[in-house]
Design a protein around this ligand. Structure first.
Ligand SMILES: *Cc1c(COP(=O)(O)O)cnc(C)c1O
Length: 388
């Protein structure tokens, strides 16, 4: 195993040296004034990255999955109905969590490779005259299939149906890499983690609650203690934490937000779009296609590449790791073995993306795929030379 190569898994992402140093802190008293100088800028920075003025941010020592649990357990009651599309492993797992919490899920099955069907959501919400549906769950970027869904369209569907449900959005693999607008899209709870767009080690669930979501918290009766945002909300004004905070990670989050905002969110998203487009050109030059079915569904944080029928894509991922020391994402759930994923979110450059394409070509040729050596790299090179 070499630690010299960048990883091409769609999270955890490559850590910039400055963030690796930012999380490496000596022990400090988290009840001291020094912690306030870490926590408050971290919360303020995340608010800006989420593009919310009116929402409130909470940080839990956890991961994105804990963020899902925070979102549902603080806003819903057992027996409540939620609406969700299942279009990949992450939306699948959030639905599964809802069921295990005793929620009733109206599950819209769509082919993996498709996005959230906003028009179908509008029909269902319009038909729900007694407002049984309390929340709409949306996975902004389905990391398993490399599909980005249109959250503004989901909000428009809810508004067209004049439906009061909350909009809970999984932005784990989009926030900090692709356009995300909590206030403008009327997102009530936004969920992410530290190890994707924020380029940090895993260990933080990062959630934003709208004022409307905060109003639901008292009445929400799903069991929770560790993830109860009331304890966080009570402690933050005096820069306290309801339990021992991971100070180094929160310091990393402060610095990561500063980095993203200094580059400028628009520039960060443009960088991701450019790198992703080079990768997509490479994939096309290999004569291969993405799992995402149409260009408007193409994710700028991960590309899921379909391999020929009968080929074991998981064996390709294992070979690339053992022979070349380069990590790609394997297929998950329904698409296991059928595709491999090139993650291109977080701190990545055009030069590194070329490495990812070049090694993938060698690994595919080793495994017997008829990929012309250099074809994908050349296509990406042509694009990177001409753009930016
Ligand atoms: C990574 C990911 C998660 C899960 O996050 P963990 O931090 O592994 O718990 C959830 N949703 C999406 C879209 C993801 O990409």
């Amino acid at each position: 195993m070499t630690y010299q190569n960048p990883v091409f898994i769609p999270g955890p992402t490559n850590m910039p040296e400055v963030l690796r140093r930012a999380v490496d802190m000596p022990t400090m008293d988290h009840r001291s004034a020094a912690f306030a100088e870490i926590l408050q800028p971290a919360l303020a920075g995340v608010k800006q990255v989420l593009r919310t003025e009116t929402g409130e941010v909470f940080l839990f020592p956890s991961t994105g999955t804990g963020g899902w649990e925070t979102a549902i357990s603080n806003t819903l009651n057992a027996g409540d109905t939620v609406l969700a599309a299942r279009n990949g492993m992450f939306s699948h797992k959030w639905i599964d969590m809802c069921r295990r919490h005793g929620l009733n899920v109206v599950q819209v099955d769509v082919p993996w490779g498709e996005g959230i069907p906003a028009a179908r959501f509008e029909e269902i919400l319009t038909g729900d005259r007694s407002h049984e549906i309390k929340a709409v769950l949306a996975t902004h970027n389905e990391t398993a299939t490399g599909v980005v869904s249109d959250i503004a369209a989901v909000r428009a569907a809810m508004d067209a149906a004049a439906h009061p449900a909350l909009l809970l959005v999984d932005g784990v693999s989009s926030i900090g890499s692709m356009d995300f607008q909590m206030d403008a899209w009327g997102v009530d709870v936004a969920v992410t983690g530290s190890q994707k767009g924020f380029m940090l080690p895993a260990g933080l669930a990062i959630v934003g609650f709208s004022q409307k979501a905060l109003e639901m918290v008292e009445a929400a009766a799903l069991p929770r203690t560790y993830f109860d945002i009331r304890d966080m909300r009570g402690a933050y004004p005096s820069s306290g934490f309801p339990y021992t905070p991971p100070v180094g990670l929160i310091n990393g989050l402060k610095v990561a937000s500063e980095m993203l905002l200094a580059e400028g969110l628009a520039a960060v998203f443009a960088r991701h779009a450019r790198i992703a487009e080079g990768v997509r050109r490479g994939v096309a030059a290999w004569g291969m296609t993405l799992c995402a079915r149409r260009p408007e569904l193409y994710s700028n944080s991960v590309s899921a590449i379909l391999t020929p029928e009968g080929f074991d894509a998981n064996a390709l991922v294992a070979h690339a790791a053992s022979r070349y020391g380069v990590a790609y994402g394997a297929g998950l759930g329904d698409v296991a073995g059928k595709l491999f994923r090139i993650g291109h979110l977080g701190m990545l450059s055009e030069a590194q993306a070329l490495l990812g394409l070049a090694v993938a070509e060698m690994a595919m040729a080793d495994m017997g795929l008829a990929v012309p050596m250099g074809a994908g790299v050349a296509a990406a090179q042509a694009f990177y030379r001409s753009e930016g």
